[in-house]
Write a protein that binds this ligand. Structure first.
Ligand code: ACO
Length: 361
């Protein structure tokens, strides 16, 4: 079996300037268009963060009301595609089915494409969750925000203010995060002028992996397997002996705790009946950090966003298999902003490789 040298993963390589967000991995700080994360989510919901990210780009960018109206109209538009989507996605996981759904959106659609995809994702996701439960798709309500409407479409009725706020905080928190793998992928595709829908689809495909947006479902699987805090140490030692990675821990950029973990943990505390689950998760988290120190000394591995994402989405009663697809509902705002930025100023992204194969005689 041929094996070339393990690639660098572009570790530490700066590939572009951006005005979207800064991830300071040493300070544990995230800045989105000039706003620190805590301040950002205290003052803005998902539509507000999307408006901020799109300021200076795209139709309606900067104006939260215009973004809210544009997304509401796009949700209505997307609902017409639901029967076609459900007809061809039986047996697929929600994120696999979203991949199909985005792929079905035509480049020729007159709706501004950032609205088209950002409006379609929550409608498709709710319909997919319902279909897997044998429930008919519920039409969107254009008077609501994305978070309010998504929970309503999943549950069949308004969820209540604390739940809606919890989801809104989640979507706003994950909307953008520097040149993560999915955003970078979207920018590579955008750099070829393939168009926003294709670039978003590529971003979703990168997000789907368990090392990126696929981690929160397995976090809950891990908590279930551990079962009780007293079993955590033995479980972790066994996991390391098998070379298993601890989901929800470690990050390429953050060498300290991911600041999004604290924001999402705080959001869980606002939801009813979460105290026991949170206390258990916090104990397991402590054990995981201790095990990482024991088994990976010298590596600075801390809790990342996905650990408390899992707890929050569980408390919001989102089915586990839909977690990655729900991540996309938030992150798509950032992908669109980066696509605008790339299309406006960037050249085609075309790095080089080091050829180490045989040469002709
Ligand atoms: N559990 C156990 N060991 C780990 C973990 C982990 N979660 N993360 C990294 N390591 C170890 C690796 O085994 C490696 O050890 P070694 O040098 O002894 O072989 C060392 O730390 C460095 O690992 P890399 O893979 O080089 O680190 P990288 O920066 O490339 O990976 C990543 C970052 C993919 C997030 C990694 O930490 C990971 O796999 N975490 C678990 C999955 C996860 O939670 N992903 C969500 C990330 S947040 C997001 O994308 C939204």
């Amino acid at each position: 079996m041929l094996q070339t040298k393990v690639d660098s993963g572009l570790d530490g390589v700066i590939v572009a300037d951006t005005i979207m967000s800064e991830v300071d991995g040493e300070a544990g700080r995230l800045v989105v268009r000039g706003h620190g994360l805590q301040e950002l989510v205290a003052g803005r919901g998902f539509e507000g963060v999307a408006a901020l990210l799109w300021t200076g780009y795209g139709e309606g960018g900067g104006d939260e009301t215009a973004v809210r109206d544009g997304l509401a109209a796009a949700r209505i538009r997307a609902f017409a595609d639901v029967p076609r989507l459900l007809a061809v996605t039986e047996g697929l996981t929600p994120v696999e089915a979203l991949r199909v759904g985005i792929g079905m959106l035509p480049d020729s659609d007159p709706t501004p494409h950032h609205y088209l995809v950002c409006g379609a994702l929550p409608v498709f996701l709710a319909a997919l969750i319902n279909a897997r439960r044998g429930v008919s798709a519920i039409a969107p309500d254009p008077t609501l925000t994305t978070a309010q409407d998504l929970l309503r479409m999943i549950r069949g009725q308004r969820a209540g203010a604390v739940f809606e706020k919890g989801l809104d905080t989640y979507l706003a928190t994950v909307a953008d995060h520097g040149f993560n793998a999915s955003t970078f992928t979207a920018r590579v595709v955008a750099s070829t002028h393939a168009g926003l829908i294709s670039a978003v689809l590529a971003g979703l495909c990168a997000l789907k992996g368990p090392l990126h947006g696929g981690a929160p479902g397995p976090v809950l699987d891990m908590l279930d397997e551990i079962g009780a805090a007293a079993h955590a140490e033995a479980w972790f030692d066994e996991a390391f002996s098998k070379g298993t990675r601890l989901m929800g821990f470690g990050h390429r950029i953050y060498k300290v705790r991911d600041p999004r973990a604290d924001v999402l943990k705080a959001a869980v505390t606002t939801l009813p009946s979460t105290a026991g689950r949170l206390a258990f998760a916090a104990e397991v988290e402590k054990g995981a950090i201790a095990a990482l120190r024991r088994h990976k000394p010298g590596q600075r591995l801390e809790t990342n966003v996905e650990y408390y994402t899992a707890l929050l989405l569980e408390a919001l009663e989102v089915p586990r298999e839909a977690f990655t697809a729900l991540f996309a509902v938030g992150r798509v705002a950032g992908w669109c902003a980066h696509i605008f930025e790339q299309e406006k100023g960037g050249r085609i992204i075309r790095p080089q490789s080091n050829y180490v194969g045989p040469r002709p005689q």
